[in-house]
Design a protein around this ligand. Structure first.
Ligand SMILES: [Zn+2]
Length: 322
């Protein structure tokens, strides 16, 4: 009976393959470094071996696998299954990933960008269960997003929907990885929070004000201050760290309010940094959203941490095919 699926999670540093039953229960898992510098042919060969190994680990025959789901950094075309030069995968230029996997394993393959696949996983297995309109936003090295409406990922005209991190909030703001200025990502991603924190600490030191717990946490090295130090120091009541958290919540809330007005979601699920921060960050985000968004959509939306945590990568690929 074919009721099992394979999920493949392709990242710039690691590849993961899992086998799951139809409820998202993981029966086997293999992880290996991507070694992205070796190029796509190497990674593909490795993936083929990993899929077979994972099926064996799950105590199954290849014939028990009904489909393969792939979660991968975009840009990619979900219809043709071609991957176009993801920034973290050098050499993956117009790679026909879907065709290659289908001809190797003779089962249907669904390919999706990782943020969309994560949104679908939260909808199917996590914090989005029971809701119709789910907006998922990551808050890590970048700010990505995915929109699930009535159980379907919203792709837009050419698989470019959900770029929630590149809404421009400050046209003269800090430079973003996308080449524009003042995007939400350039203000609230992990590295962006760290940059703002380091600048604020330098300014405080020039003004000869009292030091901050953030520096105690990094043994005095300003350049080592990261978003997690901001959160940790804020929890101890450090004034500068609290200011940085409140600034982050203000920008996030502003960005989310824009999205709430456009999409009218039932729920917004925030990943990574928001999960680590909890209500310290989420409460002021909720306040800002209710202040900036229009009354009706603001009244309808819940803003919560995403639920899947470390399981997200595995379930993102699986969610595409169960
Ligand atoms: Zn941008």
């Amino acid at each position: 009976m074919k009721k099992h699926v394979v999920g493949i999670d392709i990242g710039g540093t690691k590849l993961a393959t899992v086998v799951s039953d139809s409820t998202g229960h993981i029966l086997g898992k293999v992880r290996k470094p991507t070694l992205a510098e070796k190029g796509p042919e190497y990674a593909l060969g490795l993936l083929f071996d990993m899929v077979r190994e994972t099926v064996r680990l799950a105590d199954l025959e290849q014939a028990a696998i009904s489909a393969i789901g792939v979660s991968c950094g975009g840009p990619l075309d979900t219809k043709t299954g071609i991957v176009y030069s993801p920034p973290n995968l050098p050499g993956w230029d117009a790679l026909p990933l879907k065709t290659k996997l289908e001809s190797e394993f003779q089962v249907p393959v669904t390919i999706e960008n990782d943020a969309n696949a994560s949104a679908l996983a939260e909808y199917r297995f996590g914090g989005g269960r029971g809701y119709n309109a789910v907006l998922y936003m990551t808050m890590s090295t970048g700010i990505g997003g995915g929109i699930v409406l009535d159980g379907q990922i919203y792709h837009g005209a050419n698989d470019s929907a959900g770029e929630v991190g590149h809404q421009i909030l400050l046209p003269d703001g800090p430079l973003c990885g996308c080449g524009k200025r003042g995007c939400l990502e350039a203000l609230c991603s992990g590295p962006a929070i760290a940059r703002r924190a380091q600048a604020a600490i330098r300014k405080q030191l020039t003004n000869k004000k009292a030091s901050t717990t953030m520096l105690t946490l990094t043994d005095g090295r300003i350049e080592d201050v990261k978003s997690e130090h901001v959160l940790e120091a804020a929890r101890t009541g450090d004034a500068l760290a609290l200011e940085l958290v409140s600034e982050t919540a203000y920008y996030m809330g502003w960005g989310i309010a824009n999205l709430v007005n456009v999409l009218n979601p039932d729920i917004v699920l925030l990943g990574t940094i928001a999960i680590a921060a909890g209500d310290l960050l989420l409460d002021p985000i909720r306040e800002t959203v209710s202040k900036f968004a229009m009354t009706r959509p603001a009244a309808a939306v819940e803003i919560k941490p995403a639920q899947l945590g470390d399981a997200l990568g595995d379930l993102a690929a699986v969610a595409l095919v169960v």
